[in-house]
Ligand binder design. Structure first.
Ligand code: HPA
Ligand code: ZN
Length: 338
């Protein structure tokens, strides 16, 4: 590992764009499938990994939802989350904000309670063992109806103490943020923060809608924002965080070549850009690999890497005292690593 890769890997970080279902490594998938007597259409872990070639977002989502179909019990959700948190802890992630997709599970008869209780128990254990802090973001599947999202929100209200924000993910094209305006209004009225995937495959217009109609405080991905100069200026002026995921962009062919990845322009234009792993089991890297993948292609400097990590705490859903503590620890560590 070169010096800058070692530097960024050693820093304490926050991860803000991570789908728990996207951390399902094939080894664990086989183990849980066997335990639950669920058939999967692959003979080996290698065969599973070989299937992870995606032409676009939908190719990936088809495989991602099929994989999640193996998860049945609270223990399964606990083990899934535990495995991610262990990996994140090893990579010096000290705070993580995790998406979960209740509809992926309730749609096939798994109770909402089973899903959230398993995830929450693992988050609690990570807090007790490592002092790792976390937030949960309940994400609506945008290919389903707004009515379905309302039913999901209703179930989430029983766990409002465990859920910080609502989000919007799945197939972006043809499912604009405007489709979910009313359910986001209701979620915010109930005290949830709001984020949304926008501008991954969809146009800059969807980012505009997420800001103006859903009143999100963060945009997930947001790459296509740069197509609209006025929107880009507004994102910079308001310091709206973008949770960018380089290896995801590469694997889903949102970005053909990391040499031309939008993080370079986002940094140069003063946007509040952060680096995240999205679905690490499917895209070939956890958060450190996402930072290091950009170093050489974008000629990132030590100061730029530090700024990206600072942004991860600035953009996190933390109270100001915690944020300052994390930022101080970050600067202290940065001063010690050569
Ligand atoms: N985009 C949309 N939906 C998703 C993603 C993503 O990158 N990952 C998991 N669900
Ligand atoms: Zn995502």
């Amino acid at each position: 590992m070169n010096e800058l890769a070692r530097f960024v890997s050693a820093l304490p970080k926050a991860e803000l764009h991570l789908h728990i279902e996207g951390t399902f490594e094939p080894e664990l998938m086989f183990e849980i499938a066997r335990r639950n007597n669920v058939r999967i259409p692959y003979k080996s872990v290698d065969e599973v990994r070989a299937a992870y070639r995606f032409g676009n977002l939908q190719d990936f989502l088809d495989i991602y939802y099929a994989g999640a179909g193996v998860l049945r019990t609270e223990r399964d959700f606990y083990e899934l989350t535990r495995a991610y948190l262990k990996k994140a802890h090893e990579q010096n992630v000290v705070h993580t904000e995790i998406f979960f997709d209740p509809q992926t599970h309730t749609g096939r008869g798994i109770p909402f309670d089973t899903v959230i209780r398993g995830i929450h128990a693992a988050l609690e254990d990570a807090r007790k063992e490592w002092g790792m802090t976390s937030r949960l973001i309940m994400s609506f599947l945008r290919h389903l109806s707004e009515e379905d999202a309302f039913a999901t929100l209703e179930q989430g209200l029983r766990y409002r103490d465990w859920i910080t924000a609502v989000g919007l993910d799945s197939s972006e094209l043809g499912n604009p943020p405007s489709k979910f305006r009313r359910v986001f209004d209701r979620a915010r009225a109930e005290g949830f923060l709001a984020v949304a995937h926008a501008g991954e495959e969809g146009p800059a217009e969807y980012v505009r809608e997420a800001l103006d109609l859903l009143h999100v405080t963060r945009i997930d991905h947001g790459n296509r924002s740069l197509d609209d100069a006025e929107l880009t200026r507004e994102l910079a002026r308001r310091q709206i965080p973008l949770t960018v995921c380089p290896l995801s962009n590469l694997k889903l062919q949102v970005c053909r070549d990391l040499n031309r990845h939008p993080v370079r322009q986002m940094l140069d234009e003063g946007l509040m850009v952060t680096i995240n792993s999205d679905d690490p089991a499917y895209f070939g890297g956890y958060v450190n690999e996402n930072y290091t993948a950009l170093i050489e292609p974008l000629q990132l400097t030590r100061d730029e890497l530090l700024r990206l990590v600072e942004n991860s705490f600035k953009a996190a859903f933390l109270d100001e005292t915690m944020r300052q503590t994390y930022l101080e620890n970050l600067h202290q560590t940065a001063g010690q690593v050569n």
